[in-house]
Design a protein around this ligand. Structure first.
Ligand code: ADE
Length: 230
């Protein structure tokens, strides 16, 4: 098993990278792929950059060029709903891209036109492992639920209310849905694990800067625990 661990930003990998027993590095599409063993498991750690296109390109490279057969996406996200707070963790049960809109043709919002699925379902075993890995994070709550993805940093209470009502989502971010989409097309098991850095409402960008270090620490601990459980 070769596990691809994808994060959008350098900050999200800064705890894990020094712990990697590095075999080699390779740069492709301006992304640095780090090969080695992490807590005894063969992994490729990569920072894909922000947004759906970067994330999709990265995921396909991992699958085609580096034989990755399991994908874990970690990082931060905006929390949705009154129960999800900065520091909490949302494990994706499924992913939907909230910015896909072909409703003019009668599609439901979020539906990729002509694709045989609406939501991209995370691998059940990986979700279970992620839940177990979270149980040791005793000071934070963790939830499993839908995560929505779009090429937008959400900092608007009306928009977040719409995401809650329309998608019944628990978190919003900018990569998970496209990683999930690529994994779906390639039949590769995946899971998306996001630590909440803000509530995606007015002022989200300030909370984001404040809570990001805690959120990054949480996701790194979860990856460590998961790899030890696999
Ligand atoms: N990642 C972290 N917070 C976010 C937000 N509010 N919107 C989109 N992506 C995020």
């Amino acid at each position: 098993m070769i596990i691809g661990v994808i994060a959008a930003m350098d900050e999200e990998l800064e705890i894990l990278l020094p712990k990697l027993n590095l075999d080699r590095k390779e740069i492709k599409a301006q992304m640095e792929f780090n090969f080695g063993t992490l807590f005894g498991k063969q992994v490729v750690l990569v920072r894909c950059g922000i947004g759906k296109v970067n994330a999709a390109v990265c995921t396909q490279i991992l699958i085609d060029d580096f034989n990755v057969n399991t994908v874990i996406n970690v990082g931060v996200a905006g929390g949705i709903g009154k129960d999800v707070f900065p520091g909490d963790v949302v494990i994706g049960s499924n992913l939907v891209q909230h910015d896909v809109d072909t409703t003019a043709f009668g599609d439901r919002i979020g539906q990729i036109p002509r694709l045989d699925t609406y939501e991209f379902v995370c691998n059940e075993e990986l979700v279970l492992l992620a839940k177990k890995a979270c149980e040791e994070l005793n000071e934070n709550n963790h939830y499993a639920g839908r995560i929505v993805t779009g090429d937008q940093f959400i900092a608007d209470s009306k928009k977040i209310q719409w995401l809650e009502e329309e998608f019944k989502a628990m978190a919003c971010e900018m990569e998970g849905g496209s990683i999930a989409h690529v994994c779906y097309l390639n039949s590769i098991p995946f899971v998306v694990i996001r630590s909440i850095s803000d509530n995606a409402n007015n002022g989200a960008h300030m909370d984001y800067e404040k809570f990001k270090p805690i959120a990054v620490k949480n996701s790194s601990t979860i990856i460590e625990n998961m790899l030890k459980l696999i």
